[in-house]
Structures are given as structure tokens and as C-alpha cells.
Ligand binder design. Structure first.
Ligand SMILES: NC(=O)c1ccc[n+]([C@@H]2O[C@H](COP(=O)([O-])OP(=O)(O)OC[C@H]3O[C@@H](n4cnc5c(N)ncnc54)[C@H](O)[C@@H]3O)[C@@H](O)[C@H]2O)c1
Length: 251
């Protein structure tokens, strides 16, 4: 290292992540790269995720996390992985009565089965290295808090918590840690889309805001800071843990 060069909090780490093209994933990929990680940023949206290649340290790949063969192919191509970050998720709006079987299956596939497939594909590499770090995206809309019109979404995000704790418990002695992040409402492109899809978008935005005693929504960058901490060795003694980042919404 040359004199005067700053040490990054993630220097030397290889991080594989899903859903990096926009929102929290994008902000997190950039924050990881700024801290010195080599980031393999993946997303279903190939063109959009490619934009991240302007940042030094980020390489991109198209990956649909519902497709086992694509995940296995990516895992085969990557020799060493220090951190696996599972971010992909989809928000279905509605109660159980508005949730058709296709909605149920789609959400559970994107939000939960994807993490099962990703962890199963990358964990053997981590076990061979005798170290590994997995971070899963949940939400306070889960077993943390009952939220109206988020039936299958909350069910899926509660399942992510169970998956996280189970992986953490099963592999703790082999040097693997696994943690979970629970954001509240984060101002991201998909949140804006969901607001615009409501019959009265202006009111819908006010309703989201009214839930926040902080008077504002979280930014994707604020959530990215938490991912940097969990990906770094600063959190080396943290596993199976729940990180709520919701500006007090679930208080
Ligand atoms: N935004 C919020 O308020 C909020 C709150 C709590 C939790 N979360 C969770 O954070 C995660 C990211 O949300 P966001 O709002 O930042 O992102 P977003 O919804 O704006 O973007 C999601 C990204 O995921 C990608 N994606 C969708 N399906 C995919 C698939 N099958 N394979 C690979 N990539 C796929 C999309 O192309 C997109 O780039 C989700 O799991 C979401 O549930 C978001």
C-alpha cells in the first residue's frame, strides 16, 4: 500500500450480491466498493446493473435469483466469496383475500426460495474456506410488525428471519455467520412505483410519511451503511442477529 492511501473497511473482501441495479442494492454495492471490496453485483435487469461498472471494484452479472441453473453457474465461476448479500425482494400489496395462489408463489419464490438457492450454492465455498458471512434482507413488515396489506410479503420476510437464524445456528462452529436486516420504509424506485400505482398517489405518499415519527423516509444510503458494518470484520462477533433500521416505526 502506498503512503497516504486510505484503508478501506472491506479491503480484500469478495462480495456477491443480488438485486444491485437499484434502490438499497445499488447504494449498498457502491458503499461496499468505496470501502475497498471487490463486488460482484448481480440483478435481473442486466442493462441497469451494468451502470455500476463505472465504480472501481464493481463487476456486474445478470442473475435471476429464481433460476437455480443461473445461480449455480455464477457460483461455479466465482472461486472465493467472503460475503453473500441476498437483497432481491418483491412487494405484493393486499390482504390474504387479495392474494391469489400465483401471487403467493411468485412472492415466496423471489423473496425466500431465492435465498435458499443462493445460500445453498455459495455456502460450500465458505465452508471450504472455513469462513463466510451471509446477510439477508428482511423487513419490519414480517414477524416484527403486523402491517396492513402486506400479507404474503410479511409472511415471506418472516421466513427470511427463520432461514437466517437457522443458517447461523447450523454453521456457527464452521466460521460462518448469518445476519438479517429489517428496514422500515426506504425511499427507493420501487416504493415510488408502488405509490404511483395507488388510486391517490399523493395521499399514499402522505400515509407512508405519517407512519414515520422522524418526519421522513429512510434513504437507501442509510441502509447501505448497516450492510457495510455487517459485511466488515467490525461485526465479527455478530451472528443470527436482527438489525432493525426503521426510524422507530416499529417502536
Ligand atoms: N424500499 C423499502 O421500503 C424496503 C423496506 C424493507 C425492505 N425492503 C427490501 O429491500 C429489498 C430491496 O428493495 P428496494 O426497494 O431497495 O429495491 P427495488 O424494489 O427498488 O429494486 C429491486 C431490484 O431487484 C431486482 N429483482 C427483482 N426480481 C429479481 C430477480 N428475480 N432476480 C434478481 N433481481 C431481481 C430488480 O431488477 C431491482 O433492481 C427488497 O428485498 C425489499 O423487500 C425494502
Amino acid at each position: 500500500m502506498s503512503t497516504g492511501q486510505m484503508m478501506g473497511r472491506l479491503d480484500g473482501k469478495v462480495i456477491v450480491m443480488s438485486a444491485a441495479a437499484q434502490g438499497i442494492g445499488r447504494a449498498t454495492a457502491i458503499a461496499f466498493a468505496k470501502e475497498g471490496a471487490r463486488v460482484i453485483a448481480t440483478d435481473l435487469n442486466e442493462a441497469k446493473v451494468k451502470e455500476l461498472e463505472m465504480y472501481s471494484g464493481i463487476e456486474t452479472r445478470k442473475l435471476d435469483v429464481t433460476k437455480k441453473e443461473q445461480i449455480d453457474c455464477l457460483a461455479k465461476d466465482i472461486e472465493k466469496v467472503d460475503v453473500l448479500v441476498n437483497i432481491a425482494g418483491f412487494v405484493h400489496h393486499g390482504t390474504i383475500l387479495e392474494c391469489e395462489e400465483t401471487d403467493w408463489d411468485f412472492t415466496m419464490n423471489v423473496n425466500v426460495r431465492s435465498m435458499y438457492l443462493m445460500i445453498k450454492a455459495f455456502l460450500p465455498k465458505m465452508l471450504a474456506q472455513k469462513s463466510g458471512n451471509i446477510i439477508n434482507m428482511s423487513s419490519v413488515a414480517s414477524s416484527i410488525k403486523g402491517v396492513a396489506n402486506r400479507c404474503v410479503y410479511s409472511t415471506s420476510k418472516a421466513a427470511v428471519i427463520g432461514l437466517t437464524k437457522s443458517v447461523a445456528a447450523d454453521f456457527i462452529e464452521q466460521g460462518i455467520r448469518c445476519n438479517c436486516v429489517y428496514p422500515g420504509t426506504v425511499d427507493t424506485p420501487s416504493l415510488r412505483e408502488r405509490i404511483h400505482a395507488r388510486p391517490n398517489p399523493e395521499q399514499a405518499f402522505k400515509d407512508f410519511l405519517a407512519r414515520q415519527k422522524t418526519g421522513r423516509l429512510a434513504t437507501a444510503e442509510e441502509v447501505a451503511h448497516l450492510f457495510v458494518y455487517l459485511a466488515s470484520d467490525e461485526s465479527v462477533y455478530v451472528t443470527g442477529a436482527d438489525y432493525i433500521i426503521d426510524g422507530g416505526w416499529s417502536l
